[in-house]
Design a protein around this ligand. Structure first.
Ligand code: FES
Length: 357
């Protein structure tokens, strides 16, 4: 029996189209496995490294999932180009491809925070309102209102969306997400009441009355993909927030909401495989991209600079927004979506914004 030095397991699991878990096969994992096999064979490594098809590796929301043994390095490999990079850099060069390593959302946030820490001035931690001055308290008030708005809006949208959801499996999955959003809203509301002494639901009622609602299954998928993804990237900024009670809430929300956006992504990928639907999906993308980007706030403002200076967050909104845009690009490429012209998006971008696909 040949003794392989390494095994590369590629999940090629296929689930029914109506399954809310999605699957790696729908995200192109068969082509990823073929690429590993071909690249290894062409490099004369067939007898040393084996690329195997695997069943579900229990990382469905983060797939296409690949694991390399014996190192036990877990990867998310979205494209065949990424598979080639792993062969070249990791399997031949011995250096894992850091950007593709599968990490939980809080691990990613901690890495980003460390990378940004060199730009910070060693902000002190704040544990309660007695330790805040007026400017700090005003900024925390603003942060909590934004977070409460996002959680309540997400819950309202999911509740509204339920009637368009085609299967019981998806309805149950949406109902679970909705309950989580409401629990997160309740936590933010409690903290707001401590810091500000008021009702945050009232504070955000006017803003909430102006948001649109999805009117079809395709639109729900787009909202989940874009809006939840924006929320996650935005929240990652606060994992090392100097206001400790908010930091704790953010960490909990991130852990519990991980995977929400992959549900929308899975449905979107399925819908866009029908080329006739792409104009409709592009229209929905244009509409919800604007809403998703609104949650980052204006880049380059004094408020941004202050929040970074006192360690409430680590980067200007422009940098966070760019990260979100880069995050959605692989799915956009697969679905044939493009960014509308900036004037049509209707958002204030930083000058360095990169919309190239
Ligand atoms: S379907 Fe691939 S990890 Fe579950």
């Amino acid at each position: 029996m040949p003794h392989f030095e390494r095994h590369v397991f590629v999940c090629t699991n296929q689930r029914d189209p109506g399954n809310p878990k999605g699957c790696c096969a729908d995200k192109g994992s068969e082509a990823i496995r073929e690429t590993f096999k071909r690249e290894l064979s062409e490099r004369g490594l067939k007898g040393k490294i084996r690329a195997n098809a695997a069943g579900c590796l229990d990382q469905c929301s983060r797939g296409p999932a690949v694991v390399v043994y014996p190192e036990q390095i877990w990867y998310r490999v979205p494209t065949v180009e990424d598979a080639k990079e792993i062969v070249e850099q990791h399997l031949i060069g011995g250096k894992p491809v850091d950007r593709l390593i599968m990490r939980s959302v809080t691990e990613r946030a901690a890495i980003e925070a460390r990378a940004a820490a060199s730009h910070q001035s060693g902000a002190r931690e704040v544990h309660n309102t007695a330790e805040m001055d007026d400017a700090y308290r005003a900024m925390v008030k603003q942060l909590l209102e934004s977070q409460a708005y996002r959680e309540l809006q997400a819950a309202n949208i999911l509740g509204h969306a339920l009637k368009f959801v085609p299967t019981l499996g998806f309805k149950l999955s949406i109902a679970e997400d909705l309950e989580e959003e409401l629990e997160h809203f309740a936590e933010v509301a409690r903290l707001y009441s401590d810091v500000v002494g008021g009702d945050v639901a009232q504070a955000v009622a006017d803003r909430l009355s102006r948001v649109p609602y999805p009117e079809s299954w395709a639109e729900i998928a787009m909202v989940q993909f874009l809006y939840d993804r924006a929320g996650e990237v935005h929240l990652r900024e606060y994992v090392n927030c100097s206001y400790v009670p908010y930091r704790n809430i953010v960490t909990k929300i991130l852990e519990e909401e991980e995977g929400h956006e992959s549900f929308g992504e899975a449905v979107l990928l399925e819908l866009c495989s029908d080329a006739k639907r792409r104009p409709e999906l592009q229209q929905l993308f244009d509409k919800w991209l604007h809403v998703a980007l609104l949650s980052f706030g204006r880049p380059g403002t004094d408020g941004n600079r202050y929040a970074v200076e006192v360690g409430l967050k680590t980067r200007d909104s422009g940098a966070v927004m760019q990260q979100f845009l880069d995050d959605i690009k692989p799915t956009m490429r697969t679905c044939g979506l493009h960014f509308p012209p900036t004037e049509k998006i209707g958002i204030a971008f930083s000058q360095e914004v990169n919309l190239a696909l």
